[in-house]
Write a protein that binds this ligand. Sequence first.
Ligand code: WAQ
Ligand code: MG
Length: 619
Amino acid sequence: MPPNTDKNPRYCVKMRAELAGRHISGAEKIVTAGAVPRTASRLAERALSHPKGSPDFVNLKIEAARDITALQSLPVETNVTRTAAEGRRRAAELLADAGISRIDEIMSMFPLCHGMRGAMLLDADTLERLEPDQARGVRATCMDDAESASKFSASGKNHYAEAIVLATKVANAPGIVGEICVSDDPDYVTGYVATRAIGYQRITTVKDAGDPNGGRIFLYRGPRERVAETIRFLERQCVIVEGVPSLPGAAAEHRFESLAEDLRNIDEAGLRRTVRAIPRTGPSGATAVLSSNDYLGFADGFGSTGSRLTTGTHPEHLALERHIAAFKETEAALVYATGYMANVGAITAIAGKGDAIVSDELNHASIIDGCRLSGADVLVYRHGDLEDMERKLAACREHRRRLAVSDAVFSMDGDILDLPRFIEACRRHDAFSMIDEAHATGVVGETGHGLVEHFGCAHPDVATGTLSKALGTEGGFVCGSRLLVDYLVNKSRPFIFSTAMSPRQAAAADAALSRLESEPWRVERLRANAKFFLAELARHGIAARTDSAIVPIPIGDERKACLAAERLLERGIVVNAIRYPTVARGSARLRVALSAAHTEETLAAAAAAIAEASANCKA
Ligand code: WAQ
Ligand code: MG
């Protein structure tokens, strides 16, 4: 934007809309004079097409923005929390680090914020209320994101970017030592705490779903006679915030904007779906469920009775999804009936006709089937060859969307993907990055959290996995940003059109995940077993390697591999022979999969028997 001069003055354009006496929409932009008509028209459009209905009145205000301060955005960190209690504990820790105590008392004041358009202004130490008008509160206004012009046209309202702009202005107000924000939207459980020292700390769960209590609390420390100056800064000082980061996986990232746009179209057509558990008890006792598929009344207690979008969602599914998201440190997760469906479901929702998928040649069959079903152009790159992958991505520049997909741990070779390089390459080519952690979850990474933990790197856009391997139960999942999961809920046919997993199954998987978290020694034991087993094989002259729990023992000829497996079975050792078409012709192998439950005696005996059987069969 050009400098704010007399020749080219800037204006603050503000919009707010009301329906039936209630505020339904509000926004503001700071723009040059030339951009005022366009901005005003867009804000009017936004007010008039609000999903909550046609407003009774829209207030558009255009004010000269004479004195503008530029501020650098607070840095953003995300704290993944599973429950409201955990989120509030995290908020308390963060603010304690910033020298603010009495957090529990402050948090307990949120119900008093109900109905306020502005924030509560509290003395940070005495908790006295300092707002001149307690019903309204103090509103931070006259602020904008320096890059809002580019974000605005593309994505309409961006809660996250708007919250960072507000928090940056508030944190820089004289006398303000901190801010706590909890959304007042009953379905949006994310909030943040912010100070100049700790930055903008998002907390993914700070309240229970369905809780309408929220608001903002600004914490002030200083003499009473300077409160007015603070309020003047918050309400009148024009501020432009520079360098607002975009949330990974948020609409502001170009590739995600296309998912957001699809969702907006669905929303505008009145077709948006959300997942919610059906109430088991209504106001007058049990709910009358007249839309399940439980025709004979057999499902009670075991079957889920329907698709996740009809009657199939139970509290157990939602708890499992929150748990998986927290475990994977992503905003959200979605559970599918199987891992196969998670892969097919994610790929076919993201990519379709006119899109391109770039896929490792050794990817699992569920990925291959997803690619085929999607209708996208599929380009297969040489196994693990990320340069080949980049060349193929570069060749798809003209496609609408690009998706690169790889197994995290390759199921037949046991090797792992170089995730940091994979993600970097995807970002360079504006491609979605997707990995399947079926054989990585519970195995790879210090405590079994998968590749991100192993490499200490960024998250891919999409991570899928299964509950049926290390977690010993059944089902599959996809995790990533809230936007991704909302998109899948609306677009992923295997999610939408199949019966939800049994709620008991969901509870069992939830418990298994807790066990993985509380017994990290199992992951350690598995790693030790792999090391021991490889050493035993080496002692018998077999060179094998692995980055995971899968140890392939190459044989080559298909018949010989089967024969070796038969010999081992005769001795009570179950090892599968893997042949074409699972692997290439002439690369048959014995595939050993290790477990933390194996003892060293078992592994030593197995290594000796494998060496003998494979030597005999080769001869
Ligand atoms: N100044 C002061 N208080 C405000 C303002 C303002 N300009 N705007 C809203 N509030 C207060 C008011 O009491 C609302 O009820 C409350 O804050 C919540 O506002 O993913 O959506 O606009 O990182 O509902 C935070 C997390 C989302 C974003 C917050 O707030 C993220 C949100 P909402
Ligand atoms: Mg709100």
